[in-house]
Design a protein around this ligand. Structure first.
Ligand code: HEM
Length: 528
């Protein structure tokens, strides 16, 4: 056989093999696509209605993730009404999820069956870039240890060591608002102020750092990175987190990877600063200094710190901000004199004492009720955060299988007239007076993975609102270019991930007593 012959034979062999291979390939791909199109991690659950119209591959993802300029809670709520059912199932790509929207059902499942709902669903393409992350991980032994360390750092025995941060920061905040806003002549956006106070606390309790220790650019970069990660967490925006086939397409980078790189670099700087302080002989009390004592590895400690820093700034700031937005509205302005009087009455008219005690006790039922109502009406995390079952639950004869995603529609339940009465849609600041329930709203979730910061976040909200009302009259900023607060309970944010960041608004803050305000010391009470 000459070389020419050999060449032509080889070509014809390839020519014969190719259609066969292509045919087999096409059949394999079609079969794979058919299998993938409707495959879910857990089969359809009998006895729970499914939202009709689920598409191949993506299931019910299409209207979610803010693609209709509405949060997932609002879409869930529409589906619940259409199906006339407080419990239904959907397909998030290949992830089957059960959505629950009534208070009694959520209580039965999240609280009564707390142990069965202790895991979090895995969000591939997100969580694998974050390292240890309490909020998004199943309850592994590592997460259990980190969560215990977080609970300890956030527990009430630790609060006295945080007063020396919160108290001066909130004084500084009020004095800055007064000066920069020229005592109500210029409009003020309160959000950055609230976020600053909470971030400073969290930096201190995690890495022993302060916002003041670091320049503005650093804080802004850190806050931006934290917010970018929060926007992706539990979000249905990115199909590839739910559709396995899409994860086969290589991604050179993503928003999460970029934000995590920045977050890691900045937190490494904070960690190095901590080590420098220790090397100089300073005593720094923070979570990182517990290394060794808590039997956590360095990576676990960092994971704990990152999880707290990640969860805190926007949630707490969002809660206080919406309360302040309502206070600046027409109804809120009518309420302010009553709130001011209630605070003074609780302290026999002693304004200094009322100011001093704001972080130390919740003595004014009306203010406690105000922050709870703000959290009810404007839940910063409207669909809490998904859970995954670790065992089968038999619920009224329905078998909810192990491994399924469970999502509470906290926003819907918080606004449910069947639970809160005919005026559930109205912001009533006195609603929670006399209600000492340990679960007044579902803003912090419920059960085994309820927010570990529920109490401290509530106290911060209480104290910040008390001080704001003592210091200022808050007025709506009207006129050209002025932004009004978004007070629609189901539409106050343009961010549709896990945390709703309220739309910005302006207000005027007029000091009730400028001399008194300026006389306040950033230590405690009045300047000497
Ligand atoms: C008003 C403020 C806050 C709100 C509305 C809020 C809301 C929530 C919600 C709904 C969850 C999920 C709960 C569940 O699955 O049942 C959660 C979890 C969590 N929150 Fe908060 N949170 C707030 C403030 C904070 C703060 C200040 C921190 C830290 C300093 C924090 C740290 C965490 C952590 C670490 C988790 C994960 C717990 C786990 O998965 O075991 N949160 N939060």
């Amino acid at each position: 056989m000459d070389s020419k012959q050999f060449g032509s034979e080889s070509t014809s062999q390839v020519f014969i093999a190719s259609p066969l291979m292509i045919g087999v390939g096409v059949i394999a791909i079609v079969l794979l696509l058919l299998r993938e199109a409707y495959r879910t991690d857990v089969p359809k659950v009998a006895g729970i209605p499914e939202v009709p119209g689920g598409l191949p591959f993506v299931g019910h993802l299409l209207p979610l993730g803010g693609r209709q300029k509405r949060g997932d809670s609002v879409i869930f709520s529409r589906w619940a009404s259409k199906l006339k059912s407080d419990i239904f199932q959907i397909r998030l790509g290949s992830q089957r999820a059960i959505i629950v929207s009534s208070w009694p059902l959520i209580k039965d499942l999240w609280v009564t069956n707390s142990n069965a709902l202790i895991d979090r669903p895995w969000q591939p393409g997100f969580i694998n870039h974050l390292g240890i992350d309490i909020s998004s991980s199943p309850m592994t032994p590592t997460i259990r240890k980190c969560r215990a360390a977080a609970m300890k750092a956030l527990g009430s025995p630790m609060w006295p060591s945080y007063y020396h941060l919160l108290e001066p920061n909130s004084v500084k905040m009020c004095q800055q608002i007064y000066t920069r806003g020229q005592n109500g002549k210029l409009p003020t956006d309160l959000y950055p102020y609230f976020r600053q106070v909470v971030t400073d606390l969290c930096l201190s309790l995690t890495y022993g750092a302060r916002m003041g220790d670091i320049d503005d650019e650093f804080s802004l970069q850190l806050l931006h990175a934290l917010q970018s990660i929060t926007e992706v967490r539990s979000s249905t925006e990115d199909f590839s987190h739910y559709v396995p086939l899409l994860r086969l397409i290589p991604k050179s980078t993503s928003k999460t990877i970029a934000a995590e790189k920045v977050r890691r670099r900045l937190l490494d700087i904070l960690y190095d600063q901590y080590l420098e302080k220790v090397a100089k002989g300073e005593t720094v009390n923070c979570i990182v200094s517990e290394l060794g004592k808590e039997k956590l590895t360095l990576e676990e400690l960092r994971g704990t710190c990152n999880s707290l820093l990640q969860a805190a700034p926007d949630t707490v700031a969002s809660g206080i901000y919406q309360a302040a937005g309502w206070l600046s509205s027409h109804e809120g302005r009518m309420f302010q004199p009553e709130a001011y009087k209630a605070i003074l009455d609780a302290y026999d008219g002693n304004r200094d004492q009322a100011w001093d005690m704001a972080f130390r006790e919740e003595k004014v039922p009306l203010i406690a009720s105000l922050y709870k109502e703000a959290l009810r009406c404007y839940s910063p995390t409207p669909f809490a955060q998904g859970r995954a079952t670790v065992k089968e639950i038999n619920y009224n004869g329905i078998k909810i299988p192990k491994g399924i995603t469970m999502i509470m529609n906290a926003q819907d339940a918080n606004l449910d007239p069947r639970y809160f009465g005919h005026d559930a849609a109205i912001f009533n600041p006195a609603r929670f007076i006399g209600n000492d329930s340990s679960l007044p709203t579902l803003a912090f979730g419920a059960g085994s993975r309820q927010c570990p910061a529920t109490n401290i976040a509530s106290r911060i909200m209480y104290a910040m609102l008390t001080r704001l009302i003592l210091a200022f009259e808050i007025k709506e900023a009207k006129g050209p270019g002025m932004r009004q607060p978004s007070l629609d309970k189901r539409d106050f944010s343009d961010v549709h991930g896990l945390v709703d960041v309220p739309r910005p608004f302006d207000c005027y803050l007029v000091a009730r007593d400028p001399v008194w305000l300026q006389s306040l010391s950033t230590t405690r009470g009045k300047k000497a």
